[in-house]
Write a protein that binds this ligand. Structure first.
Ligand code: ARG
Length: 461
């Protein structure tokens, strides 16, 4: 009992089960670097403000750095029965420095300390996720450059709709990633505010200088209300939401790759290193990576929900419920990074089957809109042209032909304006080439899109 930090107030040893239940060191030990970084800045400020002797501040800083080294070199292991990473490091410091170590926690509480540590930890993690997003966007762009002429069907309702190119299709995901990066930057801004100095909830009577700590830790601003400083977890929720949207994008991309890998499509083939076999069916090659990403998306949404529900009924300021924030946000981050890091090489090594894409584009009358547009260009109102083309499609279905193969006489029977140049107008290549509008699939429009994407990525990284 004597080794419990609050032993003075209590007459009994804590129940072992409560100690285990209460302890967060299993999952918060990963924040040891942030904890030490924050404590070093705090100790420096305490010394500079004369709240503790500067010689003691120096000793504390040196002691903290030794602890960091010892953790990183494996000399010091986390004590599983410690309450959390903050108590563990403080106890270790005191073990090493005696009374001097006990002075570190002046003008500070674990409530502002933990809020600080999570922010410091998440700052680095946001940067790491952002780097992965940039890498993925770049990988997509380099694949797109190879496929500006690779015609494939574009779909709505998963029905063949109009012809596009593979470059055009996958660049849609690069656009989503650019927005994800924007959301990460935005989340970073609100994460990068200093809660330390809020203390337990009501600030402190010591003459602390929060601006100095803010500067030492590279924060953009000091949080202005001490109650808010210790009880705000918006930044965790915001990050989980940003990550959920990112996973939604990755999951949609995964779903398409799953479809494209199927024998019904055969638009792409995964490299053997990024696919799995079956224990019973010798012919199988399964896209497990993409399926797992689709599955893990639900898990990241779950983490967002955990955080939202955890916070919704909490009175100000700190409540122990908030200890649950870390497992949720860490799980979301770990999984997002894992997914991105596996998805990127899988995508880079994926083979694109241009012939199958082209063959699929040739079926399904995806040039019907272009056939109607042909009549419009001859002066017919679009609605009439639409109807005439619908009749042609009907005839084609009855005869088992494509629009390209239907004799010109059949065209003329439906509408006298048709000439044999209709076949040029409805060739798949022409259909793609003519879609030159900004953002469209024509190779020049796609090249312009790529240039802009590269410009934006250049500004980001
Ligand atoms: N382990 C705690 C957490 O993660 C640290 C803060 C504890 N504060 C307290 N007053 N018990 O939230």
């Amino acid at each position: 009992m004597s080794d419990m930090m609050w032993a003075g107030r209590f007459t009994k040893q804590i129940d072992e089960r409560v100690n285990d239940f209460n302890s967060s060191i299993k999952f918060d030990s990963r924040m040891y670097r942030s904890d030490i970084f924050g404590s070093v800045a705090h100790a420096q400020m305490l010394g500079e403000c004369g709240i503790i002797e500067s010689s003691e501040s120096e000793k504390i800083i040196a002691g903290l750095k030794d602890i960091l080294d010892d953790i990183e070199t494996g000399k010091l292991e986390f004590e599983p029965s410690a309450e959390d990473i903050h108590m563990f490091i403080e106890a270790e410091l005191t073990k090493r420095l005696g009374n001097t170590g006990k002075r570190l926690h002046t003008a500070r509480s674990r409530n502002d300390q933990v809020a600080l540590d999570i922010r410091l930890y998440l700052r680095d993690e946001i940067k790491a996720v952002k780097a992965c997003c940039i890498e993925l966007a770049e990988a997509i762009i380099s694949i797109a450059k190879e496929h500006t002429l690779t015609v494939m069907p574009g779909y709505t309702h998963l029905q063949r709709a109009q012809p596009i190119t593979f470059a055009h299709h996958i660049l849609a995901y690069a656009q989503m990633l650019i927005r994800d990066i924007g959301r990460l930057d935005d989340t970073y801004k609100r994460t990068n505010a200093l809660p330390l100095g809020s203390c337990a909830l009501a600030g402190t009577t010591y003459p602390i200088e929060r601006e100095r700590v803010c500067e030492l830790l590279g924060f953009d601003e000091v949080m202005e209300n001490s109650l808010d400083g210790v009880s705000d977890r918006d930044f965790c929720i915001e990050l989980a939401s940003t990550l959920s949207i990112l996973m939604m994008h990755l999951s949609r991309f995964s779903e398409e790759i799953i479809l494209w890998c199927s024998w019904e499509f055969k638009f792409v083939e995964l490299d053997d290193a990024y696919a799995t076999g079956s224990s019973i069916m010798p012919q199988k090659k399964n896209p497990d990576v993409t399926e797992l990403i689709r599955g893990k998306t639900g898990r990241v949404y779950g983490d967002l929900n955990t955080l939202l529900v955890m916070m919704k009924g909490l009175p100000l300021a700190y409540n122990k419920d908030m200890q649950e924030d870390k497992e949720a946000i860490f799980d979301a981050l770990d999984n997002v990074k894992l997914c991105l890091k596996t998805f990127i090489p899988m995508l880079k090594t994926m083979r694109v089957n241009k012939e199958n894409m082209r063959a699929a584009a040739a079926k399904g009358f995806i040039n019907a809109t272009d056939c109607a547009d042909y009549l419009v260009k001859k002066g017919m109102p679009f609605r009439d042209a639409y109807k005439a083309t619908g009749t042609l499609v009907h005839i084609c279905i009855e005869k088992g032909l494509t629009l390209e193969a239907l004799p010109i006489e059949d065209y003329k029977a439906v509408c006298a304006s048709f000439e044999s140049d209709v076949f040029d107008a409805i060739s798949l290549e022409a259909c793609v080439m003519q879609r030159k509008s900004q953002g469209g699939p024509a190779p020049d429009a796609v090249k312009e899109q790529i240039e802009k994407l590269e410009e934006r990525l250049g500004e980001i990284s």
